[in-house]
Design a protein. Structure first.
Ligand SMILES: CC(C)(COP(=O)(O)OP(=O)(O)OC[C@H]1O[C@@H](n2cnc3c(N)ncnc32)[C@H](O)[C@@H]1OP(=O)(O)O)[C@@H](O)C(=O)NCCC(=O)NCCS
Length: 158
């Protein structure tokens, strides 16, 4: 799949450090502001473990100028059975567009890619959680998603 300026392709091991940089540029400030728990060692280990796993989709958006062009976007999702119905769910775990590239339609193309890949993998429902007050909420609503549930959290470690 292509975007006018970026190619969407599967993530490979050599991309991992750049993807961690994308996390730092695009979402770390939001996590710090909202006090969200995070651990970059765990994120890296999860990325390595999920490459090649048929229930995980990992996609990067790379500048079309060649294989050394920097990554501008990242998408991760996971397929699993629904708990209460016969649906197979595609759970979006992360979407990131580097701040230098936001607002140019790349996020929309990554979401289109997610929807097409989930359909091709036999999924019949798309699901994800959004941080309370996240600016990304307007983005999802613009793409036709509706908010139907709140995700609650209680910490047991302190
Ligand atoms: C959210 C994010 C992925 C959107 O990517 P993007 O490339 O900037 O979005 P696009 O340019 O494809 O925008 C698609 C549409 O959504 C709208 N949109 C984008 N961000 C928006 C926002 N924060 N609020 C309202 N609308 C928004 C755009 O205006 C555009 O609308 P249009 O149809 O009128 O043109 C990107 O801003 C990002 O990575 N943010 C930081 C990380 C993050 O919050 N990730 C989500 C974790 S839940």
């Amino acid at each position: 799949m292509t975007h006018p300026t970026h190619v969407l392709r599967p993530l490979v091991e050599a991309d991992i450090l750049q993807v961690l940089d994308l996390y730092r540029a695009a979402i770390l400030p939001i996590w710090l502001e909202r006090g969200r728990d995070h651990d970059f060692g765990r994120i890296e280990a999860n990325l390595r473990a999920r490459i090649g796993d048929g229930d995980h989709g990992l996609t990067v958006a790379q500048g079309a100028s060649g294989h050394r062009a920097p990554l501008a976007g990242y998408l991760a999702w996971e397929r699993h059975p629904d708990h209460t119905s016969t649906h197979t769910v595609a759970h979006l775990r992360m979407i990131l567009v580097h701040p230098d590239h936001q607002g140019s339609g790349l996020g929309r193309d990554l979401m289109r890619h997610f929807e097409a890949a989930a359909r091709a993998a036999g999924c019949t429902k798309l699901l994800f959680d959004v941080l309370a007050g996240s600016p990304a909420r307007g983005f999802y609503e613009r793409l036709g998603y509706h908010h139907w549930s709140d995700y609650l959290e209680k910490r047991l470690d302190g």
